[in-house]
Design a protein around this ligand. Structure first.
Ligand SMILES: Nc1ncnc2c1ncn2[C@@H]1O[C@H](COP(=O)(O)OP(=O)(O)OP(=O)(O)O)[C@@H](O)[C@H]1O
Ligand SMILES: Nc1ccn([C@H]2C[C@H](O)[C@@H](COP(=O)(O)O)O2)c(=O)n1
Ligand SMILES: [Mg+2]
Length: 191
């Protein structure tokens, strides 16, 4: 049974940055759904490359059958760990329903780490990210933020109803955010 922490927040809120620090120090394995999709996009012989690229540039969400299988395969391929940081997933209702269907009996959600951050700060961070992403531009970011507001935030509200959300305000410095994140994980692992 895989132990999972979903990591959600607007584009540029720092999910990847904070997940990397958690992975380094807290024995959780970081799985970025976006990174897995970008790798599949580039994979020789992938039948999904063009579909994935179209969704990424359009800031829309790839069908869950593709993303959830990439996540499950990555979890199964990982060695022992305290758990998995599933970064940027579930991002909409299709992701949530697909996860519930595919991962029933295989994974348990420990909690949802929600990195909240004003969109203006998020957009600036993405525009200055410098990683050559095809979706770090004004047009794609506008669509990604719309997707986050209309499709992803309702998923955070869904988990909030079950008391599973741990919000950390992420407009602060990385060190300040990470100090709070460590406290969240320490508290969760005492329960
Ligand atoms: N607290 C912070 N203060 C300043 N810059 C930050 C902070 N957190 C992350 N960054 C920077 O902002 C950019 C976006 O961070 P990151 O890639 O971790 O965000 P993300 O939530 O994973 O974004 P996406 O959803 O687009 O993948 C990176 O260049 C990162 O170095
Ligand atoms: N569950 C997911 C996660 C990501 N994607 C696609 C669409 C996103 O805009 C893009 C980049 O994700 P990020 O690296 O910003 O987390 O990847 C998706 O379709 N479904
Ligand atoms: Mg990221």
């Amino acid at each position: 049974m895989h132990n999972v922490v979903f990591v959600l927040g607007p584009p540029g809120s720092g999910k990847g940055t904070i997940c990397s620090k958690i992975q380094e120090n807290l024995n959780y394995v970081h799985l970025s759904a976006g990174d897995l999709l970008r790798a599949e996009r580039q994979r020789e012989g992938s039948e999904y490359g063009a579909l994935i690229e179209s969704h990424i540039k359009n800031g829309s969400i790839v069908p869950v059958e593709i993303t959830c299988s990439l996540l499950e395969n990555a979890m199964n391929a990982s060695g022992d760990a305290k758990g998995f940081l599933v970064d940027g997933f579930p991002r909409n209702e299709d992701n949530l329903q697909g996860w519930n269907k595919q991962m029933e009996g295989k994974a348990v959600v420990q909690f949802v780490l929600f990195l909240s951050c004003p969109v203006s700060i998020c957009i600036d961070r993405c525009l200055n990210r410098g990683q050559g992403r095809t979706d770090d531009n004004e047009e794609s970011l506008k669509k990604r933020v719309e997707t986050y507001n209309h499709q992803t935030y309702p998923i955070i509200e869904h988990f909030e109803k079950s008391g599973l959300v741990r919000e950390v305000k992420s407009e602060r410095s990385i060190d300040e955010i990470y100090a709070d994140v460590v406290n969240v994980f320490n508290a969760a692992n005492k329960e």
